[in-house]
Design a binder for this molecule. Structure first.
Ligand code: PLP
Length: 465
């Protein structure tokens, strides 16, 4: 097999198994065959996640739960919630999702807490940036907006700043892997519209110094967004689980918005996140209305136009069916498993934990190539996330990872993998690297990764060769 053939097989594993549709089939394909093909792909792709061998990505993991959500989805799959007069149910469901999320994040401590539903964490973060840009333009006349966040903040923020023409200052970390508050203080200018910090961040699961940054935001009358996209729906239950973490929600003075993803630890289907604000007068800056359009009077709360009511119904169903006790029970298992993982890693002298983790444990090494460790873990069936600056791995604990004995087996495999890595001759390149959301070949540098990813993105939208 040629290299090109092998490469295409790896990114299009079905190209030799199922028909590739390069144009519409002349006549419709039999439904039973369609469902059979889809279910074959889904079963094969779920196998690893169902066994709990994957870091993050799959948050609930029970197919019974997903079946229930799909039933809820089905009722509104075809609906367009832009047409509120036809689908007033979405007003009930969205409002209640926001209210339940605000309850978890102690919205009662804020001035006038409110929120919106978005399509996911990235949209929540980008919308928050847009809101602060508009707020600062209208309230303070700022036309060259600047924002500040730590290097560990999710890069959807950089994407948003790029889209909306905002200048970003990336703050370094202190030794505990948290945002450097003094550095952030030193970068605030009259053009600063907002700062952002994470609870917890994607690379290390670390909670930034939210209270200190809140005080800074108050002092300068700027926005302060807490990215709880990943951590919100798990850290929100820490107190109930007896896990001690610093406050990160609306009880912290100066916090003006928080994002929390219902499609992660909220256990909904993919396609929803909640963006909460401390005040309604902030939220209004993300609204778009057009009164003079020939197509009619148009109003939309955020970036999306037409939206399906299906994911909204499924998200609401997930929240109401689990209830607080359901969330707390799952969270307890996750915190306990992460604590075992942290303790186990601490017993492996070659490894070093980054920061003070509670649900996601990141580890690096000064002694072995961490991607060689990752390769050996992959050979044993595990799928970790690779990080860089420094090279590290993280294991984001989700419900499927909490099954009895699983983390113990991981720790055995991890210790073995460190031994394997120690035996690899210097100069031998690892197979894995630090590609977010992908496990691929090791990057030579940031530019090489960017070029590689652009090529991969083209491939995502082309049919198999
Ligand atoms: C901390 C954090 N923020 C934002 C996001 C972006 O979320 P999404 O992938 O839903 O757009 C993620 C995704 O993992 C995340 O970990």
């Amino acid at each position: 097999m040629s290299d090109a053939d092998a490469f295409f097989d790896s990114i299009y594993p079905y190209r030799k198994r199922f028909e590739t549709h390069r144009s519409l089939p002349e006549h419709g394909v039999d439904r039973a065959q369609i469902l059979e093909e889809l279910s074959t792909m889904a079963h094969e792709e779920d196998a690893k996640g169902d066994k709990g061998l994957v870091s993050g990505s799959i948050y609930h993991g029970s197919h019974d739960h997903y079946h229930f959500l799909t039933q809820a989805f089905e009722s509104f799959a075809h609906s367009n919630v832009l047409q509120r007069d036809m689908y007033p149910s979405s007003t009930k469901l969205e409002g209640e999702i926001v209210a339940m999320t605000l309850g978890m994040l102690h919205g009662e401590a804020a001035e006038d807490a409110c929120g919106v539903l978005t399509s996911g964490g990235s949209e929540s973060l980008m919308t928050a940036l847009y809101t602060y840009r508009e707020w600062a333009r209208e309230e303070k006349g700022i036309t060259e907006p600047e924002v500040i966040w730590p290097v560990t903040a999710h890069c959807a923020l950089d994407k948003g700043a790029h889209y909306f023409g905002m200048k970003v200052h990336h703050a370094p970390l202190t030794d505990d892997a948290r945002a450097d508050v003094e550095w952030i203080r030193s970068q605030i200018t009259p053009n600063t519209v907002a700062i952002v910090a994470s609870a917890g961040n994607y690379p290390h699961g670390v909670i930034d110094p939210i209270a200190e940054l809140g005080a800074l935001a108050l002092e300068h009358n700027i926005g302060f967004h807490v990215d709880g996209c990943l951590g919100g729906f798990i850290l929100g239950w820490a107190e109930d689980c007896g896990v001690s973490i610093p406050a990160f929600d609306f009880r912290v003075p100066g916090v003006t918005s928080i994002s929390a993803d219902t499609h992660k630890y909220g256990y909904g289907l993919k396609g929803t996140s909640v963006l909460c604000y401390s005040r309604k007068d902030l939220r209004k800056h993300q609204y778009f209305t057009a009164g003079g359009w020939p197509g009619g009077i148009y109003l939309s709360p955020g970036m999306a136009g037409s939206r399906s009511g299906g994911v909204i119904a499924a998200t609401w169903a997930a929240m109401v069916s689990l209830g607080k006790s359901g969330y707390v029970e799952i969270a307890q298992g996750i915190f306990d498993t992460a604590a075992k993982l942290k303790h186990g890693i601490e017993q492996i002298p070659e490894l070093k934990i980054i920061g003070d983790p509670s649900f996601l444990v990141a580890f690096t090494s000064d002694e072995v190539g961490i991607y060689h460790v990752n390769d050996a873990l992959a050979d044993r069936g595990w799928r970790m996330n690779g990080l860089q600056f420094p090279d590290a791995l993280h294991f984001c604990i989700t419900r499927p990872n909490t099954s009895p004995g699983l983390i113990e087996q991981f720790l055995v495999d991890l210790a073995e993998s460190v031994e394997v890595a120690k035996g690899i001759p210097e100069g031998q390149a690892p197979k894995s690297g630090a590609l977010y959301g992908l496990s691929g070949s090791g990057p030579e540098g940031v530019k090489a990764v960017e070029d590689l990813l652009s090529g991969a993105l083209d491939a995502f939208y082309d049919p198999a060769p």
